[in-house]
Design a protein. Structure first.
Length: 313
């Protein structure tokens, strides 16, 4: 990667994501689920600034309405700190880093904000420390931190398989307009997956066995055509039902968006952020106004956008 070893501060940026399609396989013996997902990186970004330090630390700021930083850990359990320590261990770097992260992706919202922090941190520290990792090496390290981290490094639109970290770029034409309804609470990803497993056990007689999950071909065709109406018809998330079971109020949010012009709405990832696909920019603006009038915290975003990258302050 680019060397800026003499710089006092290195500034990187990585995007949040929407799972426009997510199929979840059965629970495996290793405690994980096999996934098939279509990711799209969207224009909500985490900005990381890295400075030389003896130890490892992180602090957070945000100017985005609806972002609650109170529950974000700043100790070694934080994914950005884990990313920095992992890179240091992998490269033999003996120093540390002081990280400042400006958050614009919802916290515990199913949009991969923590993964974007980790991706941007890997790139920032590699640049700050001059550890010379290739993009493939950063992707490999990112995969050790979580399924969404490699995609935050890659960006764009991609199909993820395995745990979601085995990525294949997908062609997406044009720009998709998203309106995101932010919840004032978080949802635990493990809790949502547990609810999915329990739901499948409860309804074992009524649900077909889950075979190899795969992304519907109609999703890839709609993305390739840049056609939001076609994409709306095939958007799907296996985690939506368990998220709605844990937080029934999300159902009213979905209904409200679709009553006010959204082509479709979907719980993003494990939730609770609800992503609405709009037909065009005018439709997105109208939907944003309607949801804001209903006292929801709402932001607009477009996709696809680039993955983690270095910025000049």
């Amino acid at each position: 990667m680019t060397s800026v070893a003499s710089s006092t501060v290195v500034h990187t940026r990585a995007p949040g994501k929407i799972n426009v399609f997510l199929a979840v396989g059965d629970l495996q013996d290793d405690g994980y689920h096999e996934l098939a997902t279509a990711y799209q990186a969207v224009s909500l970004y985490e900005d990381v600034r890295a400075r030389h330090a003896d130890g490892f630390s992180v602090r957070f700021t945000s100017t985005t309405a609806g972002i609650d930083l109170s529950g974000v850990p700043v100790d070694d359990s934080n994914l950005a700190i884990k990313a920095a320590r992992l890179l240091a261990a992998a490269t033999g770097y003996a120093g540390g880093v002081a990280l400042t992260i400006d958050k614009n992706v919802p916290v515990a919202g199913g949009m991969g904000g923590g993964s974007a922090d980790a991706a941007a941190t890997l790139l920032a520290c590699d640049t700050l420390w001059n550890t010379g990792q290739s993009r493939d090496e950063l992707l490999r390290l990112g995969a050790q931190l979580g399924a969404d981290v490699p995609f935050a490094l890659m960006g764009g639109t991609a199909v993820g398989t395995g745990r979601g970290d085995e990525l294949s770029p997908a062609l997406a034409q044009g720009q998709f307009q998203w309106v995101l309804a932010l919840a004032d609470f978080g949802l635990s990803t493990p809790a949502v997956y547990r609810e999915l497993d329990e739901h499948r056990i409860r309804h074992l007689a009524d649900i077909n066995p889950v075979r190899q999950p795969r992304v519907d071909s109609g999703v890839l065709q709609a993305l390739r055509a840049g056609d939001p109406a076609r994409l709306a018809d095939v958007m799907h998330n296996d985690l939506q039902a368990p998220a709605l079971h844990l937080e029934p109020g999300l159902g009213a949010v979905l209904e409200l968006g679709e009553q006010n012009g959204a082509l479709a709405g979907v719980v993003s990832g494990s939730g609770p952020t609800v992503a609405f696909l709009a037909p065009d920019l005018d439709g997105a603006l109208e939907l944003q106004i309607a949801l804001s009038a209903a006292k929801l915290a709402v932001v607009r975003a477009t996709g696809p956008v680039h993955g983690a990258r270095l910025l000049a302050d």
